[in-house]
Write a protein that binds this ligand. Structure first.
Ligand code: CTP
Length: 219
């Protein structure tokens, strides 16, 4: 494999975040982290130094070029990315960050006293958007979007809102794509271009993404 990314640093978020409700419960999602880890392996196999900021997953990074910073919550993920991002050439936001967190985390286990329980939620930091405000000219940012309708226009809106160079669109309308599968079917959206790919294994999808980033940055 050609070490095309030798000397480059990539910061990559992956997996879900868990937002605690009390000492034993949390709000989470079904992200496995597979797409993010596949991207980390692909960048590393091409010579990049990868800083992988990972929410809770069962996965283990294999390549020695990958340094993992394990985190649990969106706030922890943001703190780690904020620290690592300024020194990186490429930012990849592949994590399924919980959009909301409980306003108050109970210090003791919540007992089932009433027939109903209301948990007040507040918005989490949008890591990609916050970092987007600090992105330099020579830095490249890639994000993901999972959409069910108005896919193209929703993804383009996120591209702008989060100051991304590229957004990978997963459609929930495509069988075999998204959270729980080893395969994914993506469309890569840039300001002036849309590139559609076939359904593939996530490791091959990662190669397609990394190839296109290479083309945009260095060809
Ligand atoms: N993202 C992030 N921090 C968040 C939420 C999302 O960094 N708090 C990143 C994801 O990693 C992904 C991109 O932003 O790369 C798109 O996330 P998504 O949840 O689809 O977008 P939202 O702006 O939250 O829009 P929606 O209302 O559709 O959830």
């Amino acid at each position: 494999m050609e070490k095309l990314f030798e000397g480059k640093t990539v910061v990559l978020t992956a997996g879900p975040t868990y937002e605690p409700i009390d000492p034993v419960r949390f709000i989470g999602n079904h992200s496995t982290g597979k797409m993010g880890y596949a991207l980390a392996e692909c960048f590393a196999s091409r010579g990049a130094q990868v800083q992988l900021v990972a929410g809770p997953t069962n996965l283990q990074a294999q390549h020695e070029g990958i340094t993992v910073t394990p985190v649990t919550t969106a706030d922890e993920m943001y703190a780690a990315v904020k620290r690592l991002a300024p020194a990186a050439d490429i930012w990849v936001f592949a994590a399924a960050v919980a959009d909301y967190k409980p306003k108050v985390v109970a210090t003791k286990k919540i007992k089932k006293t009433g027939a109903e329980l209301t948990i007040e939620l507040v918005k989490n930091v949008d890591i990609a958007a916050a970092l987007g405000k600090e992105k330099r000219e020579n830095q490249f940012a890639l994000g993901f979007a999972l959409e069910t309708d108005n896919e193209d226009s929703n993804a383009r809106e996120k591209l702008k809102k989060k100051n991304l160079n590229m957004i990978v669109l997963n459609s929930l309308n495509d069988p075999g794509a998204g959270f729980k599968h080893d395969t994914n079917k993506i469309t890569i959206i840039e300001e002036n271009k849309t590139t559609a790919f076939e359904l593939k294994h996530k490791s091959e999808v990662a190669q397609d993404i990394v190839n296109l980033i290479w083309e945009r940055l260095y060809v």
